[in-house]
Ligand binder design. Structure first.
Ligand SMILES: N[C@@H](CCC(=O)N[C@@H](CS)C(=O)NCC(=O)O)C(=O)O
Length: 242
């Protein structure tokens, strides 16, 4: 049995995958000692494959990160499940990522869902589109998504701080921070699009306040690997525009 929790994530670096980045943020926020293990898509070591398929028995599916093996051998995969597991297993340690109040916990989780359906598709579209028109459509979709998130934050977030739960950083931010952080440099680099300038032009001030707090959070800063490494990793995946 390993002495510290094993945290499998993707080359080129521990933050290479945004989903693994969620788990890394949770480990940092909860101050959980861990060892980082890196796999590449092309070359997955047998101990990683064995751990993954011990809990996800579909051998036809790619084994993905994040996958963790805790000190007692508990193996968990899927980013949201990993974050929830870490919160429950290490309750009382570091940041409480899921509040005790069920209504507040639901609010944090709802924001995570809203973020996934309103930020991810436009953001994904900007990067993977093949024509200028498709990029423009994806950008419009993302701007609409930012408006929705701004409305949620204005009307639903708790008072007293920049986060969804006011001054309390939670699972809402852990789920979304890796994607927000990447968008600050990937979209400008590959598509010359600054979505935060778009938000500013539309006075989406609550969304911008939230974004700034997320980016300035020590866990975001401490897990921010050099932009160049991520930009390089994306190179083969981003189509040239026609
Ligand atoms: N739904 C999964 C997605 C994880 C995922 O797609 N991970 C990618 C890297 S970002 C991966 O491990 N890919 C390995 C492969 O496709 O072979 C989660 O939330 O953990």
């Amino acid at each position: 049995m390993a002495k510290v929790l094993q945290f499998w994530n993707l080359a080129p670096a521990p933050g290479g995958c945004p989903f693994a980045h969620r788990a890394w943020l949770a480990l940092e926020e909860k101050k959980i000692k861990h060892e980082k293990r890196i796999v590449s898509k092309e070359n997955k070591p047998q101990d990683f494959l064995d751990a993954y398929h011990s809990v996800w028995p579909d051998k036809e599916k790619n084994a993905t990160v994040p996958t963790i093996i805790d000190t007692d051998g508990t193996t968990v995969t899927e980013s949201q499940v990993v974050v929830e597991y870490l919160e429950q297993r290490y309750k009382g340690q570091g940041t409480q990522l899921i509040p005790t109040d069920p209504a507040h916990a639901a609010k944090a989780r709802m924001f995570g869902e809203l973020f996934t359906s309103n930020f991810a598709p436009g953001n994904h579209g900007i990067m993977f589109s093949k024509t200028q028109q498709e990029v423009a459509d994806a950008k419009a979709k993302l701007v609409h998504g930012l408006q929705v998130l701004d409305t949620f934050l204005t009307t639903q977030a708790l008072q007293g701080g920049p986060f969804v739960l006011g001054e309390h950083y939670s699972i809402a931010e852990v789920s979304s921070a890796p994607f927000v952080w990447r968008t600050t440099f990937l979209a400008p680099h590959y598509r010359n699009i600054d979505v935060f300038a778009e938000a500013k032009a539309r006075n989406l001030n609550r969304f911008l306040e939230w974004t700034q707090a997320v980016l300035e959070r020590p866990s975001t800063r401490d897990t921010a690997i050099p932009h160049e490494a991520i930009i390089e990793a994306w190179k083969p995946m981003v189509p040239k525009l026609s």
